[in-house]
Design a binder for this molecule. Structure first.
Ligand SMILES: [Zn+2]
Length: 82
């Protein structure tokens, strides 16, 4: 019995258009995204969102690193304040 080609399954779940947003949401950046956060959290970390209506924001590798660095510093300060 012939097998259904895997490609058919993939093309139906990765349809055209829906995955196109998978790039960094920081203004002026179009690197591929690796992580997504809430826009509020990202903006708090000092990164500017390209789409200010979006609730969630994708970050590329570089901006993810930047974001993590900032949030880590914040956490450190919080701990010191205790
Ligand atoms: Zn980026």
């Amino acid at each position: 019995m012939p097998m259904e080609p895997l490609e058919n399954l993939f093309s139906s779940s990765f349809g055209l258009g829906t995955m196109a947003e998978d790039k960094c949401g920081v203004a002026g950046c179009s690197e591929p995204a690796v992580k997504s956060y809430s826009r509020e959290a990202v903006e708090k970390a000092g990164l500017k969102a390209a789409d200010e209506k979006n609730k969630r924001m994708q970050l590329c590798k570089e901006h993810n690193k930047q974001y993590k660095k900032v949030t880590k510093d914040e956490r450190k300060l919080e701990n010191l304040g205790r």
